[in-house]
Unconditional design. Structure first.
Length: 127
């Protein structure tokens, strides 16, 4: 019997991270990945500058807003921030849906490849 390996902090993230890196290398999928990164950078910068929040708080708010969680611990206070948030959510949710659809497609492609071409004995394979 083989000894059990300890569970890594990022267990289960290998496939989506590998898929994301493949998206960055693939010209047809790169736009979606870069658009999502840009979306979070723009939101983070906007809220940090306009609302005066820290970068971490601004990134947190951007993420929770686009995930449609909205805990309410941070709230835009200016009219400009509120209008930006409306446009940010309406455009951002669609962008995220498109991105996650592409990420799922690439993940399934990677999984199919790993099943079609099993790794050599002793080599690590995708989950």
């Amino acid at each position: 019997m083989r000894p059990r390996r300890p569970i890594h902090v990022f267990a289960g993230m290998r496939l989506p991270l590998t898929a994301f890196l493949r998206m960055l290398r693939d010209p047809s999928a790169r736009g979606s990945a870069l658009l999502v990164v840009s979306l979070f950078l723009v939101g983070t910068a906007f809220y940090a500058i306009v609302e005066g929040w820290s970068l971490v708080d601004s990134f947190y708010f951007s993420t929770m807003t686009l995930a449609t969680v909205g805990f309410g611990d941070f709230v835009p206070t200016t009219t400009g921030s509120k209008l930006f948030t409306v446009a940010y959510v309406l455009s951002g949710v669609g962008i995220l849906v498109s991105f996650f659809s592409e990420l799922a497609r690439v993940s399934l492609e990677l999984r199919r490849e790993s099943l079609a071409h099993p790794a050599e004995p002793g080599a690590r394979d995708l989950p």
